[in-house]
Design a protein around this ligand. Structure first.
Ligand SMILES: NC(=O)c1ccc[n+]([C@@H]2O[C@H](COP(=O)([O-])OP(=O)(O)OC[C@H]3O[C@@H](n4cnc5c(N)ncnc54)[C@H](O)[C@@H]3O)[C@@H](O)[C@H]2O)c1
Length: 249
């Protein structure tokens, strides 16, 4: 039986780990030809071999590298159907202690990287008259966390930019949406004893998500089943940001 992404050409940034890897595996299982891009060359090459996809070493904060990722994919495969701009990293610091360097890096990767990928893919997709862009934001973009002012700010910017792009590109046949994960057990979670139990307890649903539980949301947004869904932020967070919990829960 043909998969839901049969013969689609898909790029996933941050594809060496966590959510990016889970998206790449699911898209491949659904019949897509997938290119993963990541700054981590060693892990990227290993994962690409393990799951049977291509790897292109890319720093998404560098627009020249992102343009080359997209143009190289189109040169090899003839088109680009789905662009998952997913690479990002987390950083925590009290606002008044945030350094210029950590602020700039976070903006360059978490917002710049998503913008460069949306722009490069958008140019190709507008030329084709078709395509889907799925950008990874966070539930922190609409419900910011203490100690994560800049991270939350970049994710809010990703959601707003993606909605604006959706309006511009809808008449041209291109859909743009965001996925906003809640807490997900990936390499992003610091390796501290007891942290998984602590994170599980914080979620109304009782546990922190597995990246594969977000990848299914990305697959939906990328698939033809969502052909009227654009400009949407899909929050997948086990009700973590649905509202306030009772005191003591
Ligand atoms: N883990 C969570 O709880 C959580 C929650 C909400 C949103 N997110 C978002 O999900 C996305 C994926 O994160 P994850 O949890 O899978 O983390 P992860 O650390 O497992 O994966 C992130 C990947 O991005 C890559 N990357 C980082 N900087 C890069 C750059 N400049 N260029 C190219 N690749 C780069 C890393 O090498 C890594 O492979 C991120 O955008 C993150 O902000 C994560």
């Amino acid at each position: 039986m043909a998969g839901r992404m049969q013969e689609k050409i898909v790029i996933v940034t941050g594809g060496s780990s966590g959510l990016g890897r889970a998206i790449a595996e699911l898209m491949t299982a659904e019949g897509a030809r997938v290119v993963i891009a990541d700054i981590n060359q060693e892990q990227g090459e290993t994962v690409a071999k393990e799951i049977g996809v291509e790897f292109v070493r890319t720093d998404v904060s560098n627009p020249t590298e992102v343009d080359a990722l997209v143009s190289g994919t189109v040169a090899r495969h003839g088109r680009l159907d789905v662009m998952c701009n997913n690479a990002g990293f987390i950083g925590m610091s009290p606002l008044v202690e945030t350094t210029d360097e950590s602020y700039s890096r976070m903006v360059d990767v978490n917002f710049g990287g998503i913008f460069y990928g949306t722009r490069a893919a958008g140019r190709v997709m507008v030329g084709q008259g078709s395509g889907v862009i799925v950008n990874t934001a966070s539930n922190g973009g609409s419900s910011p966390s203490e100690g994560m002012a800049i991270y939350s700010g970049t994710k809010a910017a990703v959601i707003a930019m993606s909605k604006a792009a959706a309006i511009e590109l809808a008449p041209l046949g291109v859909r743009v949406n965001t996925i906003s994960p809640g807490t997900m057990l990936s390499d992003m979670v610091p390796d501290v004893p007891g942290i998984v139990e602590m994170l599980d307890k914080l979620q109304p649903i009782g546990y922190a998500a597995n990246p594969s539980q977000m990848a299914t949301g990305v697959l939906y947004l990328a698939s033809d089943e969502a052909n009227y869904v654009t400009g949407h932020d899909l929050v997948v967070d086990g009700a973590a940001t649905a509202g306030r919990r009772a005191v003591g829960s």
